[in-house]
Design a protein around this ligand. Structure first.
Ligand SMILES: CC(C)(COP(=O)(O)OP(=O)(O)OC[C@H]1O[C@@H](n2cnc3c(N)ncnc32)[C@H](O)[C@@H]1OP(=O)(O)O)[C@@H](O)C(=O)NCCC(=O)NCCS
Length: 193
């Protein structure tokens, strides 16, 4: 596992406060800890227990370049301490689109702007690195922090799937957000001028 003492820290995409790197097998215990936690998975589409074997198999599917998943570990840039996961999923190389996912594991690391920074690194990779045309995500209607974060980044609300998800004993609406490459570049040019 990459730590602050590692002479060869792995960094795929460097940001001010957080960076992205590919997952390693040694990340699995931490990811299992985060993704089985009810306080995290209530925001995700995870209702089945996540096992070590399932996570290992998932990582194996990502080991071939050009596949349809690109997962990343979010680390703090200074210490290389892992704080969450993000990634491109269901990448469609013909129609140039992908579904995004993200979570920050430790609750005390949420609401500090780190999720926004990590997602911006991921989106920059999607549009500027691998030339995608469109990225999308879904968020449960009760996830106020997620919605706030995505709208601030510039995602466009594209629709609502009413009562599409069963979470903690009730059906909840699922909101769909999308962003096109030209929207990302327009926003980037606006910010830098
Ligand atoms: C969603 C998530 C990735 C966002 O990352 P983050 O680092 O917490 O997000 P940011 O700090 O960049 O932005 C969150 C915004 O929501 C606001 N916020 C936080 N909690 C909130 C709440 N309960 N109600 C309303 N707004 C809230 C924050 O103040 C911040 O907005 P501001 O900077 O304008 O004040 C993170 O909160 C998380 O991992 N949550 C649990 C898992 C999850 O929901 N994953 C996404 C599933 S779609």
């Amino acid at each position: 596992m990459t730590t602050s003492n590692d002479p060869y820290p792995i960094v795929f995409s460097r940001g001010k406060r957080v960076s992205l790197r590919p997952p390693q097998e040694s990340d699995i215990p931490r990811v299992l800890h985060w993704l089985n936690d009810p306080g995290t998975r209530r925001f995700l589409s995870r209702v089945h227990p996540l096992t070590e074997l399932e996570e290992k198999r998932f990582l194996e599917t990502t080991a071939t370049p050009g596949g349809n998943h690109q997962p990343f570990i979010i680390v703090e840039s200074e210490t290389h301490e892992p704080i969450g996961c993000t990634g491109l999923h269901q990448i469609d190389w013909v129609h140039r689109r992908a579904e995004l996912g993200i979570f920050i594991g430790p609750a005390d690391k949420r609401g500090l702007g780190l999720g926004q920074e990590a997602f911006e690194l991921l989106i920059a990779h999607a549009f500027e690195g691998i030339n995608l045309h469109r990225v999308t995500l879904t968020v449960f209607a009760f996830n106020d922090a997620g919605i706030r974060c995505y709208e601030r980044i510039g995602f466009v609300k594209e629709g609502v799937d009413r009562e599409a998800q069963f979470v903690e004993g009730r059906y909840v609406d699922v909101i769909r957000y999308g962003m096109l490459a030209r929207e990302w570049f327009a926003r980037k040019n606006n910010v830098s001028h």
